[in-house]
Design a protein around this ligand. Structure first.
Ligand SMILES: [Zn+2]
Ligand SMILES: [Zn+2]
Length: 91
């Protein structure tokens, strides 16, 4: 994972691993530790807000756009995240 950088696609703010994101269920966590899924209620957040009070721009971008790095590694990570989003979902 060392080759992947996570940053806001709009302002380059980098999350510092703190729990800035809150879910509609009331849970607060670091959305990048779970690939955008709430660990409490399993809701998937496909968009991620940039945290303005932590130095970000406050704008919302697609979660997957936050990942930057070697093309194939990022592509694999994104595929894994999408797989996790869709697993357990009834079709
Ligand atoms: Zn939740
Ligand atoms: Zn930003």
């Amino acid at each position: 994972m060392d080759d992947i950088r996570i940053r806001c696609p709009k302002c380059e703010w980098e999350p510092d691993g703190k729990p800035y994101w809150s879910c509609t269920c009331g849970h607060v966590w670091d959305t990048f530790s779970t690939g955008g899924r709430c660990p409490s209620c399993s809701k998937v957040w496909e968009d991620t807000e940039c945290i303005d009070h932590a130095g970000g721009c406050g704008k919302t971008s697609p979660h997957l756009d936050w990942y930057e790095g070697l093309e194939d590694i990022v592509a694999q990570l994104k595929a894994e995240i999408l797989e996790r989003w869709h697993e357990g979902v009834a079709h």
